[in-house]
Design a binder for this molecule. Structure first.
Ligand code: ZN
Ligand code: ZN
Length: 310
């Protein structure tokens, strides 16, 4: 792991503290109860922040699958930061060198199959354990994001948008809305984390990759399309992840994050949207050693006893 300066180590370390605080804070709702208005507040905060992470952090800043004016990147990053899942530089530092380049092998920051080779331990590691270990610090900070002073400042002060949203929630609806904010933040954290855990354990592998990434419909549902993760590993630069192959034919899958990118394009805020052709998708079909989806009982037993690499 790379060594960071003491101030940066301290600033980054605030992240896990706030995520744990969100989990504990959700218990406020046991005292206040949760009205329909509070529930809608929690769902709204989940949806907009999930889009910040999927459309802005992941598909725009990290994989550059489309382009936007700088201010869209900045506003989107501010929203993504308010998810409490660290800043854009930290994210990209982990995601390329610490995941895509070494997926499910030594050096992967959060694989369920390395270093614990699956099982409940591997699942827990990829779901949240790695964030409470020295692996929390990214292997490097990406030069392109570091060169953007606005993104760099947001990355270092990543906790301010989250805390501001907490104060806003309290101001709007008192303790109940603060509890709804905490609940939304904790659920959002686990929703995003299922891409690292479940989408590397269970689901289809229609495309050839060197890893165990899967297309998982449940993860796609709760992460607005990020669960089509095998496709994403095969075509990291694609703005749309929602593709699979059936009987050699390309099938398009629901991908709300891609829908959002199309909306940005309609508003003339997104350009240069990268998509694979059907021919490219077919050429990437997994031919050897196809992995089939597992049934629920088998999935549970794999989780408890250790997932077998196939
Ligand atoms: Zn992955
Ligand atoms: Zn990615």
């Amino acid at each position: 792991m790379r060594k960071y300066s003491r101030p940066l180590t301290l600033l980054y370390s605030i992240g896990p503290v706030l995520i744990i605080t969100s989990h504990l804070g959700a218990f406020l709702l046991l005292i206040t109860g949760l009205s329909w208005q509070g529930l809608l507040w929690a769902i709204g905060l989940y949806a907009i922040r999930m889009l910040g992470i999927t459309a802005i952090y992941h598909r725009l800043i990290i994989h550059k699958s489309y382009q936007t004016p700088a201010w869209v990147k900045w506003v989107g990053s501010m929203i993504a930061c308010s998810a409490g899942q660290m800043g854009p530089n930290w994210w990209k530092g982990h995601h390329l060198k610490g995941h895509h380049n070494v997926s499910d092998h030594a050096g992967d920051s959060h694989s369920p199959l390395y270093p614990f080779s699956g099982g409940l331990r591997g699942f827990m590691w990829s779901q949240m354990g790695w964030l409470l270990s020295p692996h929390f610090f990214p292997p490097h900070l990406p030069a392109d994001v570091e060169a953007d002073p606005v993104l760099k400042m947001m990355d270092r002060l990543h906790f301010i948008p989250l805390m501001s949203l907490g104060f806003l929630s309290y101001w709007v609806g008192g303790l109940e809305f603060l509890g709804a904010f905490f609940l939304s933040t904790a659920v959002l954290f686990h929703g995003v984390a299922t891409v690292n855990s479940l989408a590397h354990l269970f689901g289809h592998q229609p495309f050839a990759t060197d890893d165990y990434s899967r297309n998982n419909w449940f993860v796609a549902l709760i992460t607005f399309g990020e669960g089509w993760h095998n496709m994403h590993h095969a075509f990291q630069w694609s703005a749309r992840h929602g593709y699979t192959l059936k009987n050699g034919q390309v099938v398009r899958l629901i991908d709300p994050t891609y829908g959002f990118i199309c909306l940005l394009e309609m508003l003339h805020l997104a350009t240069d949207i990268k998509l694979p052709t059907d021919e490219e998708l077919r050429q990437h079909q997994r031919r050897a050693n196809p992995l089939s989806p597992v049934s629920v009982p088998v999935a549970v037993s794999l989780l408890l006893t250790g997932s077998k690499k196939q």
